[in-house]
Design a protein around this ligand. Structure first.
Ligand SMILES: Cc1cc2nc3c(=O)[nH]c(=O)nc-3n(C[C@H](O)[C@H](O)[C@H](O)COP(=O)(O)O)c2cc1C
Length: 325
């Protein structure tokens, strides 16, 4: 399938694997790229630019297809070594970067000079337009359903995507709640040029995370996520567990006076415990409502081939039937 996104990134299928902390290692990125999508290494999971450079080298050994790096600009006082990470990306010959979080404007000239295409993840039309205005090549429009940080506007993709389509000139992918061929066709119908998936890619054979995480996603329904950290304006959609229940109790008890320090036990340093050790009650970890549509743990290639076959069948059979009648 050819879209402006497949053309932009030189990939076969319009499917991107979003950056995911402690999930987006070279193994998963390479598997997605080998299956014809765009796999992304999660930059900040690598603690230093040197480690990221090494991860990029490892990924290149596993695939000769295009892959990218996610760089998340966090709202923190002591920033990670972003110049170092940018240099590792450029020196590593990576040709696609997914930025997320704060405005990436400062880094665009260097990335573009190196021939890197930048897709910025946005949770609103207003941020998407800003990304377009500062020169991003594409955006990933992340609806309220998404796992991770849906922003503070709470607009689901059935509204957000056509709104983005009405306003944007650059291509965009639909992100949040995407799982199968139906999602892809719906995304295309609403004006997107492809889709970005997070949670769905965790429940794959190649995702280098503990089996407990994959089992938890398969077991979860669409009712099992919760929003946390809204009082801190850092809303995150996470899978419900004992730590999340505790966190929500604290939010209720402390109200507007809550500070990050109050919930540090439930949110800091959680990812290695969950993703690597499989300690599923260790804290709050991102997961999308789309868990309700995930019932198996296929290889990435089986998943992507299945999505593309289902999408083609919907377009040529189901939708064609309606067009004819
Ligand atoms: C476990 C997990 C970790 C994530 N970590 C990041 C991250 O570090 N940076 C980022 O930009 N997005 C992150 N995301 C968001 C995903 O890239 C993607 O936008 C989101 O998962 C899409 O929604 P979906 O889960 O419904 O597919 C994460 C998502 C999950 C589920």
């Amino acid at each position: 399938m050819k879209t402006r996104i497949t053309e932009l990134f030189g990939i076969q299928h319009p499917i991107i694997q979003g950056g995911m902390h402690y999930v987006g290692f070279a193994e998963l990125a390479a598997a997605v790229s080998n299956a014809g999508g765009l796999g992304l290494i999660t930059g900040l999971t690598q603690r230093t630019p040197e480690l990221l450079a090494n991860e990029i080298r490892r990924c290149r050994e596993m695939t000769d297809k295009p892959f990218g790096v996610n760089l998340t600009f966090l709202p923190v006082l002591t920033a990670p070594d972003y110049p170092g990470y940018i240099k590792a990306i450029i020196d590593g010959g990576v040709k696609a970067v997914e930025t997320a979080g704060n405005n990436p404007q400062k880094w665009l000239p260097a990335l573009h000079e190196a021939g890197i295409k930048v897709i910025h993840k946005c949770t609103s039309v207003r941020h998407s337009l800003k990304a377009q205005a500062i020169g991003c090549d594409a955006v990933s429009v992340d609806g309220f359903e998404c796992g991770g940080h849906p922003g503070e506007d709470d607009v689901p993709n059935f509204i957000l995507l056509p709104r983005a389509a009405d306003e944007l000139k650059i291509p965009f992918v639909a992100s949040g709640g995407m799982a199968d061929g139906r999602s892809l066709v719906a995304a295309l119908a609403l004006g997107a040029e492809g889709m970005n998936m997070g949670t769905r890619f965790i429940a794959t054979q190649e995702a280098p995370v503990h089996q407990n995480v994959k089992d938890a996603i398969v077991a979860a329904s669409e009712l099992d996520t919760r929003l946390v950290m809204r009082p801190l304006r850092n809303t995150e959609r996470v899978l419900r567990n004992a730590a999340v229940d505790r966190l929500i109790e604290k939010e209720k008890a402390l109200g507007a006076s809550i500070k990050f320090e109050d919930i540090i036990d439930e949110v800091a340093g959680v990812y290695p415990k969950i993703m690597t050790e499989g300690a599923m009650e260790a804290g709050a970890w991102s997961c999308g409502m789309v868990a309700g549509l995930i019932h198996d743990v296929p290889t990435v290639k089986v998943l992507i081939d299945r999505i593309m076959a289902e999408a083609e069948a919907i377009i040529t059979q189901r939708l064609a039937r309606f067009a004819a009648s």
